[in-house]
Design a protein around this ligand. Structure first.
Ligand code: NAD
Length: 478
């Protein structure tokens, strides 16, 4: 049993203000496997005060190269403890072990290394010729930031925020989701060992209400939120009222477009991981597969064969591709959508139920739904499980129209034997990141984020760093 008894606040392990705890239930064994303290308002007050003291006292105002050294040390710390962290994430939220290693933990040290390099090379100050003389344009830290994250890729979501914030010189109060806080306690230990100053990172796991208290907190200057679009709207409304800076990374319903010249044998094995990674519990999952009507049955058959080949089972087994869903309520939600899909007239090409032979764990079979129209709820709403829909289209224009006919715009891909044609189609998709014949769904040095209801602002790359900076122009008269 994993047990934590203190929060990391102001560079120390601090006893919680209340007796409240969070029990973490393994999605695989359905038993309690960990317990951590649950922060209340008083804990958040202390965390914000510690971050404020770090900021107002200039603890991070030490030059970008010193901050870069801390970031590189954090990256090294994560690399050193990669196996342990991956196992914790598998334990708490059921991410299959291979994905925990390659999709959950590896991106974290890459991200901290990227922000270390960025901090070293970034022009935090520049001089411009102004009307009255010279103008000093400074990019200064935004102040205290609140980082609120979802449970599905906990450490990576935190790394994108903490990496950028520390590179900028902005202390962080990090609120992990109650389902998956364990790796964030390890991050606190790693930051501590890396010599990050007291108050620069504070970790207080809690639920929604306390999350909202943190968003409203007068000591917080900026909120970076990753979670559902519904919660993102609430966070944005509070930030709007208070004129607080805010970055939102929200839901998605991304399209993978198979063009009519695609080589399915080559494309489908690369495409499917983009759709079903983390058991489909990924904001950027490409869950709408768009297939040319002329090759519709062929695409459905290839996708179905690929999905039927996915090993389902124990998430700690490196061979597992599809594990259990995070919680029983999440399985209910996914099963509810399967029901809706049937009522809407979709046909189950494979899956659609619970896998045979597994008597515990919140599993849903990896599922392909065919004969789907883009107006159906299963094509419009985020299911957040191992379910893909295959939608027919007439020609490239129609494919672009369908891909863009979505409230969301986070990710996407185009599959073709003609790269130039693929890039031309990609340019027409209103989405934040789109791959052309690419297994990856984001690039660690390039902006990641959403169009439309998928969010506001960007993470990663210089654009991600700039979300934690304010611009100041000092006009120096003659
Ligand atoms: P959620 O919105 O319920 O919760 C996310 C986090 O926000 C949790 O820490 C939660 O405690 C907190 N929270 C919820 N309501 C809040 C409020 N009103 N004020 C402050 N904090 C609040 O989302 P979830 O179910 O945990 O995560 C799944 C969702 O996250 C999916 O929609 C997924 O697409 C999205 N997501 C997006 C990205 C991205 O980068 N765009 C990445 C991962 C997940």
């Amino acid at each position: 049993m994993e047990r934590r008894e203190a929060f990391y606040i102001g560079g120390e392990w601090v006893a919680p203000a209340s007796e409240r705890t969070i029990e973490i239930v393994s999605p695989w064994t359905e038993t309690v496997v960990a317990e951590v303290p649950e922060a209340n308002e008083a804990d958040v007050d202390r965390a914000v005060a510690a971050a404020r003291a770090a900021f107002d006292g200039g603890a991070l105002d030490v030059g970008a190269s010193q901050r870069a050294d801390w970031l590189a040390a954090i990256a090294a710390g994560i690399r050193d403890r990669a196996d342990e962290i991956a196992s914790l994430i598998t334990l708490e939220m059921g991410s299959p072990a291979l994905f925990s290693n390659l999709g959950q933990v590896l991106p974290c040290h890459v991200t901290f290394d990227q922000f270390a390099d960025l901090a070293r090379g970034y022009a935090f100050e520049e001089e411009r010729a102004g009307m009255l003389g010279k103008v000093l344009v400074r990019k200064v830290p935004v102040g205290v930031s609140a980082a609120i994250i979802a449970w599905n890729v906990p450490l990576f979501l935190a790394s994108m925020k903490v990496g950028a914030a520390l590179a900028a010189g902005s202390p962080v109060v990090l609120k992990p989701a109650p389902e998956a806080p364990l790796s964030l306690f390890v991050l606190a230990e790693i930051c501590d060992a890396a010599g990050v100053p007291a108050g620069a990172l504070n970790v207080v796991p809690a639920g929604r209400e306390v999350g909202e208290y943190l968003v409203r907190h007068p000591g917080v200057d900026k909120v970076s939120f990753t979670g559902s679009t519904a919660a993102g709207r609430k966070v944005a409304a509070i930030c709007g009222e208070q004129l607080k800076r805010c970055t939102l990374e929200l839901g998605g319903k991304s399209a993978a477009i198979v063009l009519d010249d695609a080589d399915l044998e080559a494309a489908v094995p690369l495409m499917l991981p983009n759709s079903t990674m983390n058991t489909g519990q990924a904001c950027l999952a490409q869950t709408r597969i768009l297939a040319p009507r002329s090759r519709y049955d062929e695409v459905v058959a290839a996708v179905t064969a690929g999905v039927e080949g996915m090993a389902v089972g124990d998430p700690s087994d490196m061979a597992t591709v599809v594990g259990p869903l995070v919680a029983e309520r999440q399985r209910k939600r996914v099963e509810g959508y399967l029901e809706v899909g049937r009522e809407e007239g979709a046909v189950v090409a494979t899956g659609g139920g619970r896998p045979a032979g597994l008597d515990h764990g919140w599993f849903v079979e990896p599922t392909v739904l065919r004969d789907v129209d883009n107006s159906m709820r299963i094509a419009r709403e985020e299911i957040f499980g191992p379910v893909v829909v295959v939608i027919p289209y007439e020609d490239d224009d129609d494919a672009v129209r369908i891909a863009n006919d979505s409230d969301y715009g986070l990710s996407g891909s185009v599959w073709t034997t003609d790269t130039d044609r693929g890039v031309a189609v990609a340019e027409r998709i209103r989405t934040g990141t789109v791959g052309v014949n690419a297994i990856g769904t984001l690039d660690f040095g390039s902006p990641f984020g959403g169009f439309k209801a998928s969010g506001i602002g960007r993470e990663l790359g210089p654009e991600g760093l700039e979300e934690y900076l304010e611009y100041q122009s000092i006009i120096v008269g003659a």
